[in-house]
Design a binder for this molecule. Sequence first.
Ligand code: 13P
Length: 287
Amino acid sequence: MLVNASEMLKKAKAGHYAVGQFNINNLEWTKAILLTAQELSSPVILGVSEGAGKYMTGYKTVVGMVKGMMEELNITVPVALHLDHGSYEGCLKCVEAGFTSIMFDGSHYPIEENVAKTKELVKIVAENGMSLEAEVGSIGGEEDGVVGMGECADPKECKMVADLGIDFLAAGIGNIHGKYPANWQGLSFETLDAIQQLTGDMPLVLHGGTGIPADMIKKAIDLGVSKINVNTECQLAFAAATRKYIEEGKDEQGKGFDPRKLLAPGTEAIKATVKEKMELFGSVGKA
Ligand code: 13P
């Protein structure tokens, strides 16, 4: 069922587990994630970055594909279709296209401007039955060509934004997108704890889920994280499986060049990654 992400994340926060947001890039990604969620009876959030939206030819294509696929595959678990790191304009486009959830990333604006724009979106999102994620404290690493520094959010600013009527809040706690560098200091649980103390029931979002060790993930969930975003890890798994297929010369055997065969190992690798994450996040059986 295509729903907004508000209910599933409230339940996750109350139940001390997290729902995974897995970013999609194309049909294989979407299919792998939806089938795994259904198989494991887990709620799931499909994340679409602005770059991935463009790649898939636009948000309307994405909505059409996801809705059609859910019907054809009989997907009955709760699924939210969510814009990841949206600009203000991108958010409006996704409201119009039929997404069920959006993230407005105003973390690069001064806090006053982030607050003003987030407030406007709170109204628009409510009118459309959608859910809204806001961000405080930029998350490092590279995403769609934008490199952030990976800072720790100010808990007071988090409280200010949480009180605007948003549904869930992403806060920087030393997490970054992509692979973590060898000298990474780890997550700042002190910051997370301070944010959770001030924001209470607000579900918190952990970006940059790729490569965070399992014990840190569990501790973050204990401290109020209810949504964890994973993107790069599925890409790495897909690429490694596809590389193996080609290096073994399988594309040159029989009809091994058929995209339905060529892309199959990568698709299976995404499924395995998503399964592993859902088990770690504790969302299995929570649909
Ligand atoms: P990773 O690519 O590091 O998993 O981060 C995903 C993410 O946070 C998307 O917003």
